[in-house]
Each structure stands twice: as structure tokens, then as C-alpha cells.
Design a protein. Structure first.
Length: 241
């Protein structure tokens, strides 16, 4: 069996779904309250390998997702921390711990969170809010485009009424004004709205104790957060209605 690509979000999501449906995972979750939580996660890679080995040797569930070529969103350890529920807000120490998680360290927690209906509902609402904003911005931008098209039609009609074509100078002036208006819209409206949305999402995800999440503009950290979100979205999207 080929090894999944841990850097491809789709492959990771599929693997985590298959893992959640396995008997080994269910036995692990059932016994999680009886075992003492490890003080560190330094041995998570070997534990993950052991659990994945059990999964590969057991029959695949009929509803498991097919493997992909590679994976956004490294494999869960045998002793996983109990997922944080909405009625038990994480402590400051917990938030500080998961903020610095690597992408690989985040995956086991993401798999657990995806089984919490309250958590899934909040992520789905967050995605809906983002979709609504994207739609509004697209409609506003499209309105600018239609206004430009109307100006061109009017200019051509006036030119035709006096028996001449639209001059290059007039066409260039209309196009220049259109480009400037679009640039201003993208800079002042789109980027501002998007930055505000990202900050809001980072804050919510940190409150939900999602690994790597906190308000930051650091490029490398934002890239790691984006990889985690790809995996999380893949897990949430595959939840039953």
C-alpha cells in the first residue's frame, strides 16, 4: 500500500476519516478516559504509526473515503488529549500549547474536533459568513464592471449619432477611469474586508482551541494556519447533514 502524502490536505482528510471509522480508533476513544494523558507529545509520531498500522491491517469501512495521491489538513497518537467541548472553554495554558503546534501535531486534534457537533456547527457558520462576504464583494465589483460597460455603450451611441466612431482618446479615458476605480475598490474595500475577516476567524479558532490559530500577520505562520484550515474544512465538509 502506498504511503499517503502528509503534505496534501485532501489525502490527510481522507486518511483521518478512514482512521475515525476504524475499530482501532473507536477502541482508543472509548479508553481515553481511563488512561493518563501524556505530559508531552514527543512520541506522537511513533504512536501514530502504530495506530495507522492497525488501521491498514483491519478491513476498510464501506463509507471510508478513497485514498488520494497526496494530502491540507501526521497521524494521531495512541494517547490523545480529550477534545475540547463547547461547554468547557480551554485554559490559557492549553491555548498557549496548541498555538505553537506544528502541522503534523495538529492533525490528531483536528480529527477529534470533527466529531464534536457543536464545534462542527461553528466552523460551518464561519464558512457561511466567508461565503456571504465573498458573494457581496463579487456583486459590488460586478456593479463597477456594469457601470463601465454602460459608459462605453453611451459613448459609442453618441459617437454614432454624429456619424463618427468612438475616438481612441475617449476610449482610453474611459478604460483608465475603469481601471482606477477597480484598483481603488480592491485596495480599499476588498483587502480591508478580507483582513477583517481573517482576524475574526483567527480569534474564533483560537477560542475553539484549534492548533496553530491566533491573530497574526506573520507570513509563515499564516501559511501553516491555512494548511490546518484546509484539513479542517475537508473533515467538516464530509460530516453528515
Amino acid at each position: 500500500m502506498s504511503r499517503p502524502n502528509i503534505n496534501d490536505p485532501e489525502s490527510v482528510s481522507a486518511l483521518l476519516h478512514q482512521l475515525q471509522a476504524s475499530k482501532a480508533w473507536k477502541d482508543l476513544v472509548a479508553s481515553s478516559s481511563e488512561v493518563q494523558q501524556p505530559e508531552t507529545i514527543s512520541n506522537s509520531s511513533s504512536s501514530v504509526a502504530a495506530l495507522l498500522s492497525q488501521l491498514k491491517s483491519s478491513p476498510s469501512p464501506s463509507a471510508s473515503a478513497p485514498p488520494h495521491n497526496s494530502v491540507p489538513h501526521s497521524a494521531p497518537p495512541l494517547s490523545l488529549p480529550v477534545p475540547v467541548r463547547s461547554h468547557a472553554p480551554p485554559s490559557t495554558d492549553q491555548l498557549q500549547d496548541v498555538k505553537s503546534f506544528s502541522y503534523q501535531q495538529a492533525l490528531p486534534l483536528l480529527a477529534q474536533f470533527s466529531g464534536d457537533p457543536a464545534f462542527v456547527a461553528q466552523i460551518q457558520q464561519m464558512k457561511k459568513d466567508q461565503d456571504d462576504l465573498e458573494r457581496r464583494l463579487w456583486e459590488e465589483r460586478r456593479a463597477i464592471q456594469r457601470k463601465h460597460e454602460d459608459k462605453v455603450k453611451i459613448a459609442k451611441t453618441k459617437a454614432a449619432m454624429i456619424g463618427i466612431g468612438l475616438s481612441k482618446h475617449e476610449a482610453d479615458m474611459i478604460n483608465d477611469a475603469y481601471k482606477k476605480e477597480l484598483d481603488k475598490f480592491d485596495r480599499d474595500r476588498v483587502l480591508s474586508a478580507w483582513d477583517g475577516l481573517v482576524t475574526k476567524q483567527q480569534t474564533l479558532l483560537q477560542q475553539l482551541n484549534v492548533p496553530t490559530m491566533f491573530v497574526t500577520n506573520d507570513k509563515s505562520t499564516r501559511e501553516r494556519q491555512q494548511r490546518v484550515m484546509h484539513v479542517l474544512e475537508g473533515l467538516v465538509d464530509n460530516q453528515p447533514p
